[in-house]
Ligand binder design. Structure first.
Ligand code: M6R
Length: 607
């Protein structure tokens, strides 16, 4: 949730690089920001509550001296977002500084122990104990590296930590348990961060750390150890494919809008999936007796759509499950014959990784779909597909949703072929249709951006929306609801249209906007009945349908016309686009920042 960044250079000031990195990491937390550097044996710290740009304007982070430093964007968990709780946190003497992403679960016990030993605390955070714990071990006369190692063995919970000390001012210690952390290696110096976007303008060579590892970083070298026994671990760098251009706004006012408009490009990349992995995963899915699709938020919605897709193309029953519920809901029924397909854009969502750990212990097969090479998901799965959407920095998932859908579709196609459920001509038909998705999305973007802005203005003051769909576009309704609530803070109800009569229709009164997602996919006849029912009770019908569907057009108060003749299976990719734009424009019209939704962070790395 918070994001950390560390830099140690061969020469020059680290603070401008740390500041620029923090600005790119802002999607991960924006309650407070801070940087600590070491120069001439002294520790310098600047930090405050507020968004990184405001804090930087007030404090001028770039003026901090020294070629080594650590930096932090905070998303508050323990202690209010005020200056004293902002990171970095320091020890009593101001010789150790720490930044942290995660939660130290046993911080209260540790704090008591350290208070009894005479340590002085100033914040309400769990993180401050780490600085004092390292100080306590340094007081015993051991090296900085060993002090960090000992401290890590006392910590329970999750953490990505970067620690610096004036005792050894030419190294940074990095510790990882669960929360993401990777090193970046370059000729000008070395880096570490929760996310490669922080250092992607300096290097594409990265070393992802695994849970339970510690790294020691100097300006020209790195070494990795296991925290449990201090043994060295040999880790080779991987080459990241992302570029700085992909991680910048490219002239759009917000990352969210840029990423919505980038979808045709990212869908194009998602057509280049790794064939050997598609084959292997299809093989493993085919052998399973039970298949679960496990994910959170938007990724879960891709799994809801995917459950229809695997059934349609491969006659496979795949059960979509919200990750935070998986262990309790299906834990006992998982066994060696089960396959769990984890879907996570970041590959770091704690609930998803918890499910992975649980099912691995039961000898189930664990597969994955993710956007982040080197993420934890890529290391806990037997095989995974990289959806290759490029970095997504808007907190709202948009382009990665479309690519997840296309990834599921391709996997379903391989599986359908393998299981003999599709003829070669059907396979060719779908392959051809998949290739058209970038152009279809491009068209939807061209035709509907202005229109959705107008609709957002028209419906701005409405208090509650309905999103109704049938079949696999139930996922589109759920996703439209999530986008509108997280970005525009507008409540809505989303459900399969057939369910409305079973209760939710009682919320309908004159003027309630009801959005119907109604492509020409065979569900239209039933949908017409649902539209009539809602209209008869005063709802205003905003209908997303095929351009040539005159009947639906006549039923609508607002008609959003989408390309006709799209194979039903592809409609969720195309029909979600106007609804993403609608949520975006609603937020902007309300004066909200779509890239910094209230109370949210890009990836939820705590349980
Ligand atoms: O990185 P993941 O795909 O695992 O993230 C899952 C959810 O946290 C994420 O989709 C979240 O719901 C987004 N804010 C949706 O826009």
């Amino acid at each position: 949730m918070c994001r950390i960044f560390a830099a140690i250079l061969k020469g020059g000031k680290a603070s401008p690089i740390l500041t620029a990195g923090l600005k790119r990491l802002e999607y991960g937390g924006y309650d407070s920001a801070g940087i600590a550097t070491i120069h001439n044996g002294r520790l310098f710290v600047k930090k405050d509550a507020g968004k990184i740009n405001e804090v930087d304007r007030r404090l001028d982070f770039g003026s901090l001296p020294g070629s080594l430093g650590i930096a932090h964007n905070r998303w508050a968990t323990h202690g209010a977002p005020v200056q004293v709780n902002a990171h970095p946190h320091t020890d009593c003497k101001g010789s150790v500084a720490v930044v942290h992403n995660g939660i130290i679960e046993n911080f209260a016990e540790l704090k008591k122990e350290l208070l009894d030993k005479g340590h002085h605390f100033i914040s309400k955070t769990d993180t401050e104990v780490v600085a004092h714990l390292v100080e306590e071990y340094l007081l015993q006369g051991i090296s900085f590296r060993d002090a960090c190692l000992h401290a890590s063995r006392r910590l329970e919970g999750s953490y990505a930590l970067a620690v610096i000390s004036t005792v050894e001012p030419s190294r940074i210690m990095l510790l990882r348990k669960d929360s993401p952390l990777l090193l970046g290696l370059s000729d000008e110096g070395n880096f570490a961060s929760s996310d490669a976007v922080a250092f992607i303008d300096h290097t594409q060579d990265a070393v992802p750390l695994d849970s339970g590892e510690m790294a020691e970083l100097t300006s020209s070298a790195y070494s990795v150890f296991r925290t449990a026994d201090g043994k060295a671990v040999l880790k080779k760098p991987i080459r990241l494919e992302w570029t700085l251009e992909e991680a910048s706004k490219e002239g759009f006012p917000h990352f969210m809008l840029k990423e919505i408009f980038e979808q045709s490009r990212s869908l194009h990349y998602a057509l280049n999936l790794q064939k050997p992995y598609l084959e292997l995963m299809a093989e493993l899915l085919d052998r399973s007796k039970t298949v679960y699709l496990v994910a959170a938020g938007t990724s879960y919605h891709s799994c809801v759509a995917a459950s229809y897709i695997y059934s349609e193309l491969a006659a496979l029953t795949a059960i979509p499950v919200v990750a935070s519920e998986f262990v309790e809901q299906y834990g006992r029924s998982v066994n060696v014959d089960s396959t769990v397909l984890l879907v996570s854009q970041s590959g770091e969502t704690a609930d998803v990784l918890r499910a992975a750990e649980y099912v691995k212990a039961k000898a189930a097969t664990v597969l994955g779909i993710t956007n982040v090479l080197g993420s934890t998901l890529t290391r806990v799965t037997r095989a995974y597909l990289l959806q290759q959407s490029g970095p997504e920095l808007g907190v709202a998932a948009t382009k990665t949703y479309a690519s997840q859908l296309l990834t599921h579709m391709q996997l379903a196609l391989y599986l359908g072929k393998k299981r003999g459920k599709l003829s070669q001509s059907e396979v060719d038909y779908y392959l051809d249709a998949f290739k058209k998705t970038p152009e279809l999305v491009e068209q939807a973007l061209r035709e509907h951006d202005e229109r959705m802005k107008k609709l957002a203005r028209k419906y701005l003051s409405r208090k509650h929306f309905f999103f109704l769909a049938r079949g696999l576009n139930t996922a589109t309704a759920l996703e439209a609801r999530l986008k509108l609530s997280e970005i525009a803070c507008t409540p809505s109800t989303a459900l399969p249209a057939g369910e409305s009569k079973h209760g939710p229709i009682s919320l309908v009164e004159k003027g309630v906007p009801a959005v119907f997602i109604a492509p020409d996919d065979g569900t239209n006849k039933l949908m017409e009945g649902n539209i009539m029912e809602m209209k008869a009770r005063g709802a205003e019908a905003i209908i997303l349908g095929a351009r040539d569907d005159e009947k639906l057009r006549r039923l609508s108060d607002e008609y959003v016309a989408l390309p006709p003749d799209i194979p039903g299976i592809l409609t969720p990719i195309v029909y979600v686009v106007p609804l993403q734009l609608f949520a975006y424009h609603m937020a902007v019209e309300k004066g909200l920042d779509p890239d910094k939704p209230r109370n949210l962070a890009k990836s939820v790395t705590v349980l």
